[in-house]
Write a protein that binds this ligand. Sequence first.
Ligand code: SF4
Ligand code: SF4
Length: 445
Amino acid sequence: MNLRDQIKEAGVIGAGGAGFPTHVKLDAKAEFVLLNGAECEPLLRVDQQLMEYFPEEVIKGLEKARQHVKGKKALIGIKEKHTKVIDKLERKIKELQVESTVEIKKMADVYPAGDEQVLVYELTGRVVPEAGIPIHVGCVVINSETALNIHRAINQDPVTHSYITVSGDVPNPLTAKVPVGMKIIDALKLTGINDFQNHRVIDGGPMMGRVLESLEGSVTKKSKGYIVLHKDHYLIKKKTVTWKQSRRINRSACEQCRLCTDLCPRFLIGHSIQPHKIMNASNYLTPNMNHLKRVQLCCQCNLCELFACKSGLYPQRNNTFFKEELAEHKVKYQPQEKSYKPHEIREYRMVPSKRLVARLGLSKFDEKAPLIKEEVRVDEVIISMRQHVGAPSNPIVSVNDEVQLGQMIGRAPDGSLSASTHASISGKVSSVEKDFIVIRGEKYV
Ligand code: SF4
Ligand code: SF4
């Protein structure tokens, strides 16, 4: 089996973000494979610890990906503040004798250093074209957990677990390897919190994550973490404002100061998105509706909304709404330029993570979330068939089947963009639906 098929068989997807199937991502020739180890979302601590505790596996997975796409170099993007991790990676690169192909690129501690297009620029000096993807400038981007999963796939070890950080207003913030399909509420309880009456939970990082309506869901292969906060915390209040409320506030209070544009990372790399103009166009339906189409250049980093705008408005929410509207009406922004140049002032407009954390009211939660060594055991998992971009995997097991940890339970349909799914515990299948499979652990069989 070649690497592509091994990765496909193991169900590897982008661990974080949208969950793009990795075997499809690597179906390309690229000059660079970039390891996104920037982990710029405040409080999340997965990637940095995977590079610290599994440097060999991460580097080997990355190097295999590089060889597969026939890349010249594999570049590891990591914040320079992680000196201990960088030392470990450097030693391992030497030990594995891959110095000629694997290189570490140190990054500033700013947000959003981990945005894919910002990362490409920081590591290679290339700007991904508007409405483009990294491969358009010869790059493929994967993160640390994906590289680790590639390495494991080569050893016939499919993706059954996900590494998550649970942090925020909890007794013991931590990072853990948990079975895919574990109930979110049980994952949260690992930190010692049991009463959620006065708390709300953000799925993902505090910047881009969304507040969960309920805690009934399950961990997926692309889960990165959960931030628990008091229900009255600024971030929870800000993120739970309805579209109608945000629209009313936006229309009444945008003073066109353009601070949102001045700090927008996509504007700063040379794209033509200008959130203040989008606000103007959408609030007052000005004749120049071209700006509205540029919402498609927004990466939803939320810097404009949660940091830049001093009036407390919702430019990101505005972008997301119109992005969805345009997608529904199949209206596409047509890039005007062929090449892009970052703004000269870019380096002076970086937002330091510490300042961002303070602005978000998270400073007292900005602490370590150590990776726990103990195995996390659960009695039941609810495994989604839709954890990835593309078509869902098709269930290939039936109720009452006994399955073993790592056994394929959902197969990616042939010829579709999809990924397969595997049992994350051994046990008996208790339910098979189109969208999910429930497995009860051995002790219940
Ligand atoms: S920063 Fe806020 S007030 Fe200023 S232009 Fe942007 S949305 Fe309007
Ligand atoms: S969310 Fe705001 S700051 Fe981020 S890319 Fe979109 S417009 Fe720019």
